[in-house]
Design a protein around this ligand. Structure first.
Ligand SMILES: [Ca+2]
Ligand SMILES: [Ca+2]
Ligand SMILES: [Ca+2]
Length: 309
């Protein structure tokens, strides 16, 4: 590959001036070395049956191209050896997002593409305003070291990896915007962002001194925290805790009555033991009639017993 100097400062100042934004075909026509358009393209691959879904409470989501699709590709977005690849994609109406999931490969190009396994991988995730259909100003930057999870799905022999992270101090998103994800770390193991047929079928790849406009999206989901909405001990879902919950629990435990609702365990587990039994009845009676402490909060229950169930 041609060696290019690293240009990292305000790359979209260049774009905003309308300079050097080419589609891959235009780039080829202009004589740009196609090796610079760094991507991994493989053959259609049988599905392993794993689901490549966005998490619950996704606000904006673009899931990976199905492996059986011949259209998938994976775009280098890594500081790498000498090139400085960054992929940008757009989203709309992701206000309130506090987490991101994204998919891609870990690979390295040396005549052919080779799987590599840098884990954790350091990422810089940047959110940008939208400036007339292009990235504008950076509004939030996250430098994170993330552990990846192999999805169990191969694409053309390469492992598809999933990364998830909370975004502490949620990005101040409003309407349309852009996100870029670039890995650093080991220069001999690169992050390649998996494509998606999700939305407007365009994203940008910066390759050190030029932008390319690809006719595909990349795979990511912006999601909000799951609300912790259980009232621990409110077995009958009446929004308060009283003798009716005691009656409800006794009916459930001893008489085959309905399970606590809406969460069969959390809603009835007054003593936060992660199960529902006679101890919860005793706990509620002591709380209601004897001034003992109330059941724990939803957050306390989740911390002890895992996600709401
Ligand atoms: Ca897009
Ligand atoms: Ca109740
Ligand atoms: Ca219990």
């Amino acid at each position: 590959m041609k060696k290019l100097s690293l240009i990292v400062a305000a790359p979209f100042a260049v774009l905003a001036l309308g300079l050097m934004v080419l589609t891959p075909n235009e780039a080829v026509a202009a004589g740009v070395n196609t090796a610079q358009l760094s991507r991994l393209v493989g053959e259609a691959t049988p599905s392993s049956g794993v689901r490549l879904d966005c998490p619950p409470n996704t606000i904006f989501g673009q899931t990976p191209h199905p492996p059986e699709s011949p259209d998938w590709m994976s775009l280098t977005s890594d500081i790498g050896l000498s090139e400085n690849y960054i992929v940008y994609d757009n989203f709309d109406n992701a206000d309130g997002a506090t987490g991101i999931r994204f998919w891609g490969m870990r690979a390295y190009f040396d005549v052919v593409w080779i799987d590599c396994d840098e884990d954790p991988m350091p990422f810089e995730i940047v959110f940008w305003t939208d400036n007339g259909g292009e990235p504008g100003t950076a509004i939030a930057t996250y430098n994170l070291s993330l552990v990846g999870t192999w999805t169990g799905q191969l694409y053309g022999g390469y492992k598809l990896i999933e990364w998830n992270t909370d975004l502490v101090s949620a990005p101040p998103l409003s309407g349309a915007g852009w996100v870029s994800i670039q890995a650093g770390g080991d220069p001999g193991c690169w992050f390649l962002w998996m494509s998606s047929a999700g939305m407007d079928e365009m994203c940008y790849q910066w390759i050190g001194d030029l932008y390319y406009e690809w006719d595909s999206d990349v795979a990511f989901c912006l999601y909000a925290d799951e609300p912790c909405d259980a009232i621990i001990g409110d077995a009958n879902n009446s929004d308060d805790i009283d003798i009716d919950d005691v009656v409800y629990l006794i009916d459930y435990i001893f008489s085959g009555g309905l399970a606590p609702t809406p969460y069969a365990v959390a809603s009835g587990d007054a003593d936060c033991s992660c199960s529902v039994d006679i101890d919860d009845v005793v706990y509620l009676i002591n709380y209601i009639f004897s001034g003992s402490p109330p059941p724990g909060t939803c957050e306390q229950w989740v911390a002890l017993c895992g996600s709401l169930h």
